[in-house]
Design a protein around this ligand. Structure first.
Ligand code: ATP
Ligand code: MG
Length: 564
């Protein structure tokens, strides 16, 4: 039985819930003296921006290193020169730092190890464990066999060590055209694991590499390069996702044949998927290229830069990963859980202010014209340390359009003709009248206030059932707010059979005329607030200007998730 299965069985038996199965493996290795220092790594390919799935790997790997007093490396897996761009290197570094994963100076590039990889290949040839093969790509595929049938040996498999050494050197020196020869590991063409049927480990390709330029015209294949990278860095536990499980025998073969003293151990875990959310790099890229979203950091995406722009915090993402746990079986998590985490993180930290997103005017007919009164309000009633502020109150206010109805249904406790409500942090008001335009749309609501009912005055005369928020029409700051829904049409699911995606046409609603209390003038890019009753909002760093604040709604107040 494989080790992970044993550990999982043990975990079940002892009901060890405080540790995940990877931690249990690591602790066993430490106990048995196989591991003196825990070294982990995050190995992105710089071919796109990072997303929430990568965050899982980053938080898991850096967290393990921190927990066991070890080291965490950020290593760019840049062995494939066609797709890689330096632009992505910068964004990845920024995202990893933002998530709080501490790699200090431990930033590496796999391409810096090309010399060692070449030497490793030579060593395999010298041991009779690798050979230069002249079969074409199609022939190699044919010879490989299938799941049911073993493969056939290449006719070049028995070349002498001398001939292989000579040919491989000449491959490196550029004597052969691209694709005309490859170097293959000599393992077992009859292995039930197809990855072990003499896999290709080096190919000829004249491509300019972002780091090594034109120094190389041969490049190592992933399955050969990756274990060498880990071994060179002294990685103790090489944690990857499930699709590499079948590659583990080859990983182990490479580190064994190259005789590394403390070979790294590969452990696989399940990828993070979010239900009805696009997480794959390839698909996010398609949404960007097709112009369906406005760049990699469009707040509707779950790339790290988009989550940051929308107003998610590193703490909320960490909390989310903690709740998700580390599993060995693929499953899909609800986006609502991520929203729950950001609400939990922000609710005690950020000020709560009144903001009206869909304004209608409210006139208090018995309040003196031209008078401004400042009323005290707590910045966060659940966190007294955040202090208080003064809010201007005047004769003309804005309230939410949905907080008034001419003919209310049962159980509607907000404003309607004749009804009395509390204006949050202010007075009780009773609706006396309203004005409509020619289409019947309400343009103004009239009411009277009762000076006895001032908030904080200890008034106990009578109770009202509804409390609504408001802002002073004269003092409020006009801002833009962007409210988001899922980018995907949830009824149809993300992908169609032909690889296209089902896009929700109403994934963003832009409110250009929103009014917020004057305190909002202090807001800077990335600052977030709770707009009372409306949700958490974050200042958009990209579209905010000197004259206009733009807010992204991080999450509404409605929760679709309950922790157990
Ligand atoms: P994608 O699946 O989006 O194309 P990738 O796996 O090709 O991503 P890499 O840059 O190769 O992206 O991945 C870097 C690391 O992130 C790998 O170790 C990979 O296993 C891990 N990773 C990628 N996606 C997820 C995910 N959804 N959940 C957990 N880890 C992930
Ligand atoms: Mg990949």
């Amino acid at each position: 039985m494989d080790e992970t299965k044993e550990i999982l069985a043990e975990k079940e038996e002892k009901e060890v819930v405080s540790k995940n199965f990877i931690e249990m493996i690591i602790e066993k290795d430490i106990e048995a003296g196989h591991c003196t220092e825990v070294v982990t790594r995050f190995p992105p390919e710089p071919n796109g921006y990072l997303h929430i799935g990568h965050a899982k790997s980053i938080i898991l790997n850096s967290g393990l290193a921190a927990k066991y007093g070890g080291k965490f490396n950020l290593r760019f897996d840049d062995t494939n020169p066609t797709k890689e761009k330096t632009e992505f290197v910068q964004s990845i570094i920024e995202d990893v730092k933002w998530l709080g994963a501490d790699f200090e100076e431990r930033l590496f590039f796999a391409s810096d190890y090309f010399d060692q990889m070449y030497e490793g290949a030579v060593k395999l040839i010298q041991k009779g464990k690798a050979f230069v093969c002249d079969l074409s790509a199609d022939e190699i595929r044919e010879y490989r066999g299938t799941l049911k049938e073993p493969g056939k040996n290449s006719p070049y498999r028995d070349r002498s060590i001398e001939e292989n050494l000579d040919l491989f050197e000449r491959m490196k020196n550029g004597e052969f055209p691209d694709g005309s020869k490859v170097l293959r590991a000599k393992i077992d063409m009859a292995s039930p694991n197809i990855n072990m049927r003499d896999p290709v480990i080096y190919r000829i390709a004249r491509m300019t590499h972002h780091n090594t330029g034109d120094k190389w015209c041969i490049y190592p294949m992933y399955d050969f390069a990756h274990p060498i990278e880990d071994a060179i860095e002294g990685v103790s536990h090489s944690i990857c996702t499930l699709e590499f499980e079948d590659h583990r025998p080859l990983y182990d073969w490479v580190v064994r044949e190259l005789e590394y003293e403390n070979p790294p151990k590969q452990i696989e875990f399940a990828k993070l998927y979010l239900t009805n959310v696009v997480t794959g790099k390839r698909y996010i890229k398609k949404l960007v290229e097709d112009g369906i979203v406005d760049g990699w950091d469009d707040p509707r995406l779950v790339s790290i830069s988009a989550l940051r722009r929308r107003g998610f915090t590193p703490e909320s993402i960490r909390m989310f990963m903690e709740l998700c746990g580390v599993a060995k079986a693929n499953s899909s998590v609800d986006y609502a859980m991520l929203e729950y985490c950001v609400r939990e993180d922000l609710k005690l930290k950020r000020p709560r202010v009144m903001a009206v997103l869909d304004p209608v005017k409210l006139v208090i007919t018995n309040y003196p014209e031209g008078q401004t009164e400042y009323l005290e309000a707590m910045n966060n009633p659940e966190n007294e340390e955040m202090g208080t502020r003064m809010i201007p109150f005047t004769r003309e206010l804005y309230i939410e359009r949905e907080d008034f109805m001419i003919e209310p249904p049962k159980k509607y406790f907000r404003l309607f003709p004749g009804n009395e409500v509390r204006l949050m942090n202010a007075y009780f008001v009773t609706c006396t009248d309203y004005v409509t335009d020619e289409t019947g749309k309400v343009t103004e609501i009239h009411c009277t206030y009762d000076p006895e009912t001032k908030s904080g005055s200890g008034f106990t005369g009578r109770k009202v059932k509804g409390t609504i928020h408001w802002v002073s029409a004269e003092h409020a700051v006009q801002v833009e707010a962007r409210l988001y829904e899922n980018l995907i049409d949830e009824e149809k699911g993300v992908y169609n059979e032909d690889g296209t995606m089902n896009i929700n046409p109403d994934s963003v609603s832009i409110r250009k005329e929103c009014y917020v209390e004057p305190i909002i003038k202090e807001a800077k890019p990335y600052d977030s607030y709770q707009f009372l009753r409306n949700g958490f909002f974050c200042v958009d760093y990209k579209d905010t200007t000197e004259d206009k604040l733009v807010f992204n709604r991080v999450a509404s107040m409605k929760s679709g998730y309950k922790p157990n």
